[in-house]
Design a binder for this molecule. Structure first.
Ligand SMILES: [Zn+2]
Length: 479
């Protein structure tokens, strides 16, 4: 492999030329004349503004009484030259131009001390920029690490539970679902005013004005679900003391925390644990009951169940949200179920087994009820309950499952539906049946739908995906 990094570039060659010429005490015109080019042409070469042909370089080497290989040395002739080269390159980069900062003229009058400082700052800036521009791979690793942390804590965060409980006491909440009015009270208690508007920037779900202590939320459609969730998420950032995220991993972890915070207020720990403990005693635990008792979505109830199940009910669990095509959007487990994963340990966008409850549910004629099934897998038998969730962004299934040993506490355990999953064995469901594959060999040419949200590089910026200009203009208008 050619090492491009060590090959000399026009800037480095130019510095070598100038160094050799000056050390021999000769002028531009003198050397240029001997090599058969003009003085201005040699000046352009020395400044790295033009790339020399090999024949020109050979003539210059001869005129200077040196070897061509000396001129082609990648190592700068001196520390000063190295700094000049580094600054020259940094100031020519597109990323520098984008900053709109004037470039410094690099000449003999620029003190070496200033050169050192400028080059140091350019290097630090490049490091920060590289960190901000998270690649999909970095994002996938961040997701995997976050899931490991959640599993280690059994998806239970006592500090956030305590914050939520304290706030509910402060607004004198008496249990049961938290109402819109209660959310308004909570915001007021924290010194914020909730404003509903139709003018919210399209790249945002809410905008918080920390100067005027206002939270802007979308105007809910008549009869539509309210904006309690979005308001609580926005308040979560404030209550949990979040700073502007330094990188994508911190952004992800803040998102998990505000979701936890919102769920802990919508489904308060004390009363939910009371409900679930009674259900366990009656061997009748059902996500639907949690959903209905707190007026939340099945997904919120299912996710909240994973927070409380292991800690308070001694039940290991798993949770999944997958698309109709079987791709994982969200998943959590501490019960040993093995999600498909890629080399980085990430599971987002991976396809789960066709025989899992989360996928079989799509084939059920009646999608209004939860579907239950036992599935034998390589890591044991699981019982799962799944529902189909139709949204503006597509159809998904949301499922919760427990290992066979814990099924005695769950409603719906009498189901006779059962399936076998041999995944990750490719003959389980990843490969088409042999007969079909043979009949259509070489005759099928599908075009894949691109899942841009899963494959695209992470959007740049402090708040990934948000149009900062749009947000600031919006705040200007409202202020
Ligand atoms: Zn399979």
């Amino acid at each position: 492999m050619t090492d491009l990094a060590s090959a000399p570039d026009p800037i480095t060659i130019g510095r070598q030329l100038r160094h050799v010429r000056r050390s021999s005490g000769r002028t531009l015109d003198d050397v240029a004349g001997a090599a058969g080019i003009s003085g201005s042409a040699l000046s352009l070469l020395e400044n790295g503004k033009r790339e020399a042909k090999v024949s020109t370089l050979a003539a210059l080497a001869q005129a200077l009484g040196t070897d061509l290989s000396d001129l082609l040395q990648a190592r700068p002739p001196s520390r000063r030259a190295a700094l000049e080269i580094a600054l020259e390159k940094a100031q020519r980069a597109d990323s520098f131009e984008a900053l709109g900062v004037p470039a410094v003229k690099i000449g003999p009058r620029l003190p070496t001390e200033a050169l050192e400082a400028l080059v140091g700052m350019h290097e630090a800036l490049a490091a920060v920029q590289a960190e901000r521009a998270a690649t999909p791979e970095q994002a996938r690793r961040a997701n995997a690490e976050l899931r490991d942390r959640m599993r280690a804590a059994d998806n239970y965060f006592p500090e956030i539970e305590a914050q939520a409980a304290g706030l509910l006491r402060a607004i004198d909440h008496r249990g049961g679902p938290i109402t819109r009015t209660a959310v308004d009270k909570l915001a007021a208690h924290l010194g914020f005013h909730l404003v509903h508007t139709t003018a919210l920037p399209s790249s945002t779900r809410s905008v918080t004005d920390l100067a005027n202590r206002r939270i802007y939320l979308p105007q809910p459609d008549a009869g539509q679900s309210d904006s309690r969730w979005l308001a609580l998420q926005a308040l979560g950032h404030v209550v949990l003391g979040h700073d502007v995220p330094a990188d994508y991993a911190e952004f992800l972890s803040q998102r998990v925390e505000i979701n936890y915070f919102s769920a802990a207020l919508l489904i308060p720990e004390t009363s939910a644990v009371h409900l679930l403990t009674r259900a366990k005693a009656a061997k009748d635990i059902a996500i639907e009951d949690l959903r209905d008792a707190y007026a939340v979505s099945y997904e919120t109830a299912a996710h909240r169940f994973t927070n409380l199940a292991t800690r308070h009910l001694d039940l290991p669990v798993h949770f999944m949200r997958i698309s109709e095509a079987g791709l994982i959007y969200k998943a959590y487990e501490n019960d040993g179920v093995r999600f498909p994963s890629d080399a980085t340990g990430a599971i987002e966008g991976q396809r789960v087994c066709r025989h899992w409850t989360a996928r079989v549910v799509f084939e059920q004629p009646d999608l209004s009820n939860a579907y239950q099934q036992y599935t034998d897998t390589k890591s044991g038998t699981y019982w799962c309950s799944a529902v189909v969730d139709r949204t503006a962004n597509g159809t998904f299934s949301v499922s919760v499952g427990v290992p066979y040993a814990s099924v005695k506490w769950m409603r719906g355990r009498e189901t006779t539906s059962r399936s076998q999953s041999r995944c990750p064995d490719p003959t389980c469901c990843a490969q088409p049946p042999a007969e079909l594959a043979q009949r259509w060999a070489g005759m099928a040419w599908p075009s894949a739908r691109v899942h841009s949200h899963l494959l695209a590089a992470m959007p740049p910026g402090v708040f990934p995906g948000v149009d900062d200009t749009e947000v600031l203009q919006f705040l200007e208008q409202q202020a």
